[in-house]
Structure formats: structure tokens, C-alpha cells
Design a protein around this ligand. Structure first.
Ligand code: ZN
Length: 482
């Protein structure tokens, strides 16, 4: 791959963007002002893109419990602070996107909906131009109604989580505003490294993994050990941001201190190695992947450093320059449940010994008593962002298994990023293979996430794939690169 951004290419693309603006009625995005600015940019120099970053602390100051693992866990300190971060990009035609990354365990729809509404109101950002991602960090705080039945009920905790969630929405919106205000000429480059600590947790028994590794016996099951890296540098060459991804659960640690797990340690290490740059992490379809072996801080830090080394590997090599131009598409699709739970079934489940299932059934019965009816499907968010000609970013809600990343990267080629954990925690999202195999990620776990069903219908992968293909066609058609 070779750098392709030249003045001629740039102007051609600007013309395409103008045609696109006319065709899609997308005026009002600052086209003429940015076209003027583009002619002033020297050949191949920074100036095609604008980028801005901002970050906000999210470490709770109240007794909000840690999220995940389904138990009451009050924090008794921190290893390091937790963050959310924003990367804003603007192309010469004035189109903007904002990617939010965070050390949250799970952002629920009720939170991202409010934040997205505010972002539209305050900054005119369309739904399709924002992705709110979370690392799925199990040493992060609870948010909104995410996994609400997972935890023992305590009235005080309900209020604390509600207040903390409202505060995080405010902070997220302010942070995005700051990133937009910081937009300045930038150069984007992309590369790829590797890190090998993710293990397919469905195909390998955790207690056996250390011995298998020691004996050099290959572990089983699909994994994605690539570390995609996007480098954003200012006009003067200073690196402003390093976005990187990895497909693995941040579940190295299961204790009661705030920390970002391996992505937190990786971000700290990358920022140490690249003074002045902000490191941002996305979880790229790690639903069925665990960092193994695990459960101590030394291992967690080691995995963070391994991931940071994967990022450095990409930064040291010649990187692919990303030409200017943004095209985005978004839609909700219906992901159908296999069977919507009935009142009679809930009445039986509510009699279970107290636990997640009984709490879920009781809450569902209360909804029915209040006159609510259960929809047969869930609105599943799907994004496609074409960034220049070289980079395609697909964003998918929930905990997508690694098959999705492997499939889309194969289908759409080099430069494809596939982010899970985008906009909405939802539930595990199995591929057809994982659905047919069953087990935790493919079977009857939807009640844990508060859905009115136990399993997805078997066509989950077909529906998501069909949507992704349609959105990618849209953003690539807009690019006029066929
Ligand atoms: Zn998970």
C-alpha cells in the first residue's frame, strides 16, 4: 500500500463530495468554507483532515458499585483513574464524526439515547456520525439499567447509579464539545500490530490454559490477535491521538478497585511512550475471548504492555496514509427473539431461588402488570464509516463474538475495523456458528441483560451481515470509488 493523497486526488474527492452533497441534500455542513480551506492546503501535507481530542474523568466519587460479575462490589480504592475520550474528525467537505471510547463496562441504550439527542441539539451531530463505545471493563462502574437484574437490590444504589449516569451524560456531551472545539489540521495514518493474550474461552478450559501454553500446545478456536492502529498527527507532526483496538474481554481482574483492566494499562503505557498523544481503545468483537491466564494485577499490567507493544509495532512500521473524506451510514435493525417470554413462564421463573433470574422475572411481571407489552425484536444499532478510501469502521451494538470481526475483515479487506460494544450493551450477539453451538454466548442468556426473552432467533448473524453490507454499499457508493 502506498500513500495516495495528492492535490489532484484531493480536488477530485472534493468534487465528489460536492456531488454527494447535492445528491443527498446534505447542505449546511460547511461545504463552501471547507472547500476554500482545502485549496490552501499544500500537496500531501496535513490540512486535508481536521482532528480534535478531549477526555473526561469517569472514576466515581460515590459508592456506585463495580459492574459485571453479578454481585455487589463496592470499590475500596483505585489502581488508576477511569476515562472517557473523544476523537473528532472533520473532512474538507465539513462532514464530521465523533468516536467516543470509554472505560465503562456497559453503556445502556437509555444513556446513549439521551447523550446522542443532546449532541444533535447542541452540536448538530447526526446519529450516524457518532459512535459511543465502551471497553466492557469489569473494573468499571454501573450505568443506568445495564444488567440491572444482575445485582442484589438496594434502594440507595439505584439512586447512586441514576445520579452517576446523569453526570456521565453531561460530561460526555461537554467532552465532545471540547473535541469539536479543538479541531485543527491533522494527518491520519493507519497500521496494524499484534498481541496474543486473547484466548477463545469457548474452546479452551481456563484451568488447562497455562499448562497447554507451557507445553507449546496450540489453543483452540477462532481468535483475532490483530491490533489495528490509527495515528492522528497535528500539522507540525506531533502525534495527537492513537486509536487502537483489540478483541478481548477486559476481565483480567475481578476485584474491588477501579481500574481500566488491560485496556487501561495499555492506554497508560502508550501515552507514556508517546508524550502528548491521547490513547483511545476500542474492543473489536471480543465477546468470546478472555485474557488468559488471569486474575492478578501483574498479568493485567503485562497484557496492557503487550497490547502497547503491538501498537508500537504498528507505529514503527511505514503506515498507510488515509486520504481525506468521510461517509457515514447508520441504521437500527430488528434482532428477533426466538420466543418472547410469557406471563405464565415468568410466574414460574419468579419462584426460582432469589437471584438474577427471579429478579428479572419479577421485574418483567411488573412491566406486564403496568400494561407494557413486549416487542418481538430488539432495535440493534449498526454503523459504517468510510474514512478516506483506506479505512472502513463498522460499529455494532452489544457483545459481538469474534466471528463478526473475522468475517467482515475478510469480506471488506485491509483497513477494516469492526468494533463491538457500540452505543448499547444489549446482550451477547452470537454468530450462526456460536448460536448453533449454544453455551453462554450463544444460548439462553438474554434474561441476564433484562431482555424479555431467553435466546435470539437463529438468524442474528444473517440480519447483521445484511445490514452491514447495505451500509457499506452506501458509504462506498457515496465515495464514488467503484
Ligand atoms: Zn461480556
Amino acid at each position: 500500500m502506498k500513500p495516495q493523497t495528492t492535490r489532484r486526488t484531493f480536488i477530485r474527492r472534493s468534487t465528489q463530495a460536492a456531488a454527494m452533497v447535492a445528491a443527498f441534500g446534505n447542505l449546511g455542513k460547511g461545504w463552501s468554507a471547507t472547500a476554500e480551506r482545502s485549496t490552501a492546503a499544500p500537496d500531501g501535507a496535513a490540512g486535508d483532515w481536521q482532528a480534535g481530542v478531549a477526555k473526561a474523568i469517569i472514576t466515581p466519587e460515590t459508592d456506585v458499585w463495580l459492574a459485571g460479575y453479578g454481585s455487589k462490589r463496592s470499590a475500596d480504592g483505585k489502581l488508576h483513574d477511569l476515562w472517557m475520550k473523544a476523537l473528532a474528525l472533520k473532512d474538507p467537505a465539513g462532514s464530521r464524526v465523533v468516536l467516543v471510547t470509554s472505560d465503562f463496562q456497559g453503556v445502556p441504550k437509555e444513556m446513549s439515547d439521551v447523550a446522542l439527542q443532546e449532541l444533535r441539539r447542541q452540536f448538530g451531530l447526526d446519529r450516524r456520525d457518532v459512535m459511543i463505545t465502551f471497553s466492557h471493563n469489569h473494573c468499571g462502574p454501573r450505568l443506568g439499567d445495564d444488567l440491572v437484574d444482575y445485582y442484589p437490590v438496594e434502594a440507595g444504589q439505584v439512586e447512586l447509579v441514576k445520579d452517576y449516569t446523569a453526570l456521565m451524560v453531561k460530561r460526555l456531551v461537554a467532552m465532545v464539545g471540547e473535541a469539536l472545539a479543538n479541531l485543527a489540521p491533522a494527518r491520519l495514518e493507519m497500521g496494524e500490530g499484534r498481541a496474543t493474550f486473547a484466548v477463545n474461552r469457548r474452546n479452551n478450559r481456563e484451568p488447562e490454559v497455562p499448562e497447554l501454553m507451557a507445553k507449546g500446545i496450540p489453543l483452540k478456536g477462532p481468535v483475532d490477535h490483530t491490533v489495528p492502529v490509527l495515528s492522528v498527527a497535528r500539522a507540525d507532526g506531533m502525534r495527537l491521538a492513537i486509536l487502537f483496538g483489540y478483541a478481548c474481554h477486559p476481565t483480567t481482574l475481578s476485584f474491588t478497585k477501579w481500574c481500566g483492566d488491560y485496556p487501561g494499562f495499555a492506554q497508560i503505557e502508550i501515552e507514556k511512550n508517546n508524550p502528548g498523544a491521547m490513547a483511545l481503545f476500542v474492543n473489536t468483537c471480543g465477546a468470546d475471548q478472555n485474557p488468559l491466564p488471569r486474575r492478578n494485577v501483574a498479568l493485567c499490567e503485562r497484557y496492557g504492555k503487550m497490547l502497547a507493544a503491538g501498537v508500537e509495532e504498528a507505529l514503527q512500521r511505514p503506515m498507510q496514509r488515509i486520504s481525506a473524506g468521510l461517509r457515514t451510514a447508520f441504521e437500527y435493525i430488528d434482532l428477533s427473539y426466538l420466543h418472547v417470554i410469557t406471563r405464565a413462564e415468568l410466574e414460574v421463573a419468579a419462584q426460582d431461588p432469589a437471584g438474577v433470574r427471579a429478579r428479572w422475572a419479577t421485574r418483567m411481571l411488573q412491566k406486564l402488570a403496568a400494561g407494557e407489552t413486549f416487542a418481538p425484536a430488539y432495535p440493534y444499532p449498526v454503523h459504517a464509516w468510510q474514512i478516506g478510501r483506506e479505512m472502513l469502521m463498522i460499529g455494532t451494538g452489544g457483545e459481538t463474538v469474534v466471528d463478526y470481526a473475522l468475517r467482515f475483515k475478510k469480506e471488506f479487506g485491509a483497513g477494516t475495523w469492526v468494533c463491538g460494544y457500540t452505543d448499547d450493551m444489549i446482550a451477547y450477539i452470537p454468530s450462526r456458528r456460536v448460536w448453533e453451538e449454544g453455551g453462554y454466548e450463544g444460548g439462553s442468556s438474554l434474561y441476564e441483560y433484562g431482555r424479555p426473552a431467553l435466546r435470539w432467533a437463529g438468524d442474528v448473524e444473517e440480519r447483521i451481515v445484511s445490514s452491514v453490507h447495505s451500509l457499506v454499499r452506501q458509504v462506498r457508493h457515496q465515495a464514488g470509488s467503484a
